[in-house]
Ligand binder design. Structure first.
Ligand code: GTP
Length: 410
């Protein structure tokens, strides 16, 4: 896949991420917006004396505003289900539009009522203009809601104003202003989309760097840092969850220095790459961790494996590797590996460091016994782990702790 091609799954993931951002931005900006109508409604009802003239209507409208405001606050979007988020947008838009429609109706009533003083009519119209302006900022990511909301607030009031020839100029001004708001809503939406694009690019870049920091650049396998973290995690699981088990295998190419000396470092690198591919093919399960832990050292973490099954599997791999030389640039390079294996025992190993140290001693024993073999921790002479681990390397060190002279690129 080239850099330009993006898989369907990836496109879907991006769309879902954008939808989630839109939904949560909308909720964060506007979930208390319904109460604004309520706050504006009380003084208006009093100033127009509607509470004295039509107390039941005032009460009914107040109840409707309260229901819409509370519903808007309580209708929380789903965190992870994109279909539920789409449904939420529609439901939320209906609730928001119902408050807007009630206010628009009140505004028409106030403008048309001859008993309402002109000053109160102007104040109420000013409130309506403020509400329609706020919509542009509240619902930036749901353009249709903004446009319908502005139309609901402005058009009926504009028509009432237009019905009085003396107020034509006011109706025209209102129409012009609604045009401006429409343009602002489009502008605000495209700014918002640009912001989403930038956010997305940053998230992708962060994910890419994170992936790179866990990958061995030569082989593409996990690197020692990622391996250490996975081992730590799985050992902790084995410590705390009854029934969870974890096995570890450490593989070291035999006489790799002479491969480098005979064929050069470029072929040496190719051998490392080929070995990585063979390991990946031999241990394809997603829950098996395959890593390059050092220069010519590789590691496997096998969840829920015991020592014997790990020995059998790694020995099969060793035999297959020995039987089929690695071919690099037309040169057949015989490669063999020594392997140490073990499964985690809490009393013996204590933690991941102790576990790694024990398997490392088994690997050391495999080298000592003539190489090209698998040695398990239980095959070791009692007391050897304690003696050897004093002088041997324990769990792979983090890159920041790496000493000069450590293998390249690991
Ligand atoms: N080509 C190549 N060589 C590497 C890399 N990292 C480490 N090496 C070489 O791996 C060799 C490891 O040599 P030793 O530690 O002596 O081990 P060995 O020759 O495999 O001998 P045994 O492990 O005892 O069988 C050194 O020559 C390193 O230079 C690498 O990334 N690429």
């Amino acid at each position: 896949m080239t850099a330009v091609e993006v898989s369907e799954g990836e496109i879907r993931r991006r769309q879902d991420r954008r939808l989630k951002t839109r939904v949560f931005d909308t909720y964060a900006r506007s979930s208390v917006g319904g109460f604004l109508y309520l706050i504006a409604w009380f003084p208006l009802a009093i100033a127009t004396h509607l509470h004295v003239r039509h107390p039941w209507i005032v009460l009914a409208l107040t109840v409707l505003f309260v229901i819409a405001a509370v519903l808007r606050r309580l209708t929380r979007p789903s965190r992870d289900d994109p279909e539920a988020q789409m449904r939420w947008i529609n439901r939320y838009a209906c609730i928001a539009l119902s408050s807007i429609a009630i206010w628009a109706g009140i505004q028409v009533w106030v403008l048309a009522d001859p008993l309402v003083p002109p000053l109160v009519k102007s104040a109420s119209l000013f409130g309506t203009i403020a509400f329609s302006t706020v919509l542009v900022h509240l619902y930036t990511s749901i353009l249709r809601l903004t446009v319908i909301g502005i139309a609901l607030l402005i058009i009926p009031s504009g028509l009432v104003l237009w019905s009085d020839p003396q107020l034509h100029i006011l109706a025209l001004t209102l129409t012009l202003y609604s045009g401006y708001l429409g343009a602002a809503a489009f502008r605000s939406r495209s700014d918002y989309r640009r912001r989403l694009d930038v956010d997305e690019a940053l998230v992708e870049q962060r994910d890419r760097y994170e992936e790179l920091s866990r990958t061995d650049s030569l082989t593409g396998l996990r690197n020692r840092r990622s391996f250490s973290e996975a081992l730590n995690e799985q050992v902790r699981e084995a410590q705390w969850l009854s029934g969870a088990g974890v096995a570890l295998a450490l593989l070291d190419i035999d006489h790799f220095k002479s491969i480098n000396d005979r064929h050069g470092h470029v072929i040496g690198d190719e051998v490392l790459r080929h070995l990585a591919e063979r390991l990946r093919a031999a241990f394809p399960e997603p829950d098996v961790v395959v890593a390059r832990t050092g220069g010519e050292e590789f590691g496997l973490i096998l969840r829920d494996y015991d020592e014997i099954s790990t020995m059998i599997r790694t020995d099969t791999f060793r035999e297959a590797l020995e039987a089929e030389p690695v071919v690099c640039a037309g040169i057949a390079v015989p490669v063999s590996v020594s392997i140490g294996v073990g499964s985690f025992h809490a009393e013996r190993d204590i933690n991941d460091d102790g576990f790694y140290g024990a398997v490392d001693v088994a690997l050391y024993a495999a080298k000592q016994q003539g190489r090209n073999r698998v040695v398990s921790v239980s095959m070791l002479e009692p007391g050897l782990i304690a003696r050897r681990s004093m002088g041997r390397v324990t769990k792979p060190v983090q890159p920041s702790q790496a000493r000069p002279g450590m293998p390249r690129d690991a």
